[in-house]
Design a protein around this ligand. Structure first.
Ligand code: SF4
Length: 354
């Protein structure tokens, strides 16, 4: 098994993809053998250094709205959660966040929100166009869920560069167990394909340790990501939220998340790979450990302080300290102590090297 997994790892480096069975073999071995997990990590880190050196790209996260028309069973802001107080930032508040972020050195803004009908195409495109005009040196990432192809085209034309849409799982049964019937995996995958075809740097991803998820499911996701070749991949440990049906479920594993970050770096050498807020929430050293595993992005929160505790996708979500934009100096310091350097740059995906 160990020898076979090592051979598969070599194949992954050479070909950039593996079969489901090969992935499963690697995942099982990596979880059972610290030596093999370390081999994966050091290989991933060497690739990270080749493409990005020791630099870290920062993204200023602005959480526009916690209204959502969807009802993903794991999510704290899903529409049927009557416990939370809802908010929506005004365009002026959002532009204020951008101004502060630009002063702090952010050159990517991530506009994220639930699927809130208030942000129709006209309003969202106008907002994107204003940010594009005011901050021409800055990349605009959207994370606003499933929309029509025409909507994505309009947002791209307005000046958006990147779009994050986690696929969550490509396994139809698992997808159906995490979402109500009207939310379809096929729609999600169509959206991702549309985004990529339009020219967005498209990002997919999933939760590690989602309720019902097995290593075999993760292997399927890795096959999908190998075929889809996203520009960004967002993965983080599942963290239960008290007002969901999964309140009592165990959180996902930090160590498996780190192994997966490394495997993603090896499979997609130039991918933009965040050490996510969920990882930082689960482990105080999550950002540094993520960088050592092959990640190269962090996304501090630029949202106004008084709404941050309302965007509670899961419990105990980090929204202060090194995760908050004002804590950028703390983050810079802790990454610097580990040998990494936050840079002021758009942080686009570099081309693949031979
Ligand atoms: S995960 Fe996203 S789409 Fe689903 S309920 Fe939460 S905010 Fe809405």
């Amino acid at each position: 098994m160990a020898l076979m997994s090592s051979t598969y790892l070599d194949e992954l480096r050479a070909q950039g993809r593996l079969s489901r069975q090969q992935w499963l073999s690697i995942l099982v071995e990596a979880q059972n053998s610290p030596a093999f997990a370390e081999k994966i990590r050091s290989c991933a880190h060497a690739i990270r250094e080749r493409y990005f050196g020791r630099t870290v790209f920062i993204r200023g996260l602005i959480e526009l709205s916690n209204y959502c028309r969807n009802d993903c069973y794991y999510c704290g802001i899903r529409k049927s959660n009557g416990e939370i107080s809802r908010y929506r930032l005004t365009p002026e508040q959002i532009l204020d966040c951008c101004r502060l972020g630009h002063e702090l050195g952010f050159r990517t803004f991530v506009l994220q929100g639930g699927e809130d009908a208030w942000f129709n195409d006209g309003r969202l495109a106008a907002l994107v166009a204003t940010i594009r005009e005011r901050y021409p040196d800055t990349a605009i990432t959207l994370s606003m869920g499933e929309r029509s192809r025409a909507s994505y085209e309009r947002l791209f034309a307005a000046g958006a560069d990147r779009y994050l849409l986690r696929h969550e799982t490509v396994n139809p049964q698992l997808y159906a167990s995490l979402h109500p019937e009207q939310q379809r995996l096929a729609t999600r995958l169509d959206c991702l394909r549309n985004l990529q075809a339009i020219g967005f740097q498209a990002g997919a991803g999933f939760m590690v340790g989602a309720p019902g998820q097995t290593l075999a499911h993760i292997a399927e996701d890795l096959v999908f990501l190998g075929d889809f070749r996203p520009a960004m991949v967002g993965i983080g440990p599942f963290i239960p939220q008290h007002a969901t049906r999964y309140a009592q479920e165990p959180a996902g594993s930090v160590s498996l998340t780190l192994i997966l970050l490394s495997l993603l770096r090896i499979m997609l050498p130039n991918v933009l790979l965040p050490a996510t807020t969920a990882l930082g929430t689960m482990d105080p050293q999550g950002h540094v450990k993520g960088m050592r595993a092959g990640a190269n992005v962090v996304m501090p929160n630029l949202s106004p302080a008084d709404v941050r505790d309302k965007y509670l996708l899961y419990d105990n979500k980090l929204a202060s300290g090194s995760e908050a934009a004002e804590g950028l100096e703390i983050l810079r310091q802790s990454l610097a102590e580990a040998g990494y350097e936050i840079v002021v740059a758009r942080g686009d995906q570099p081309p693949m090297q031979n």
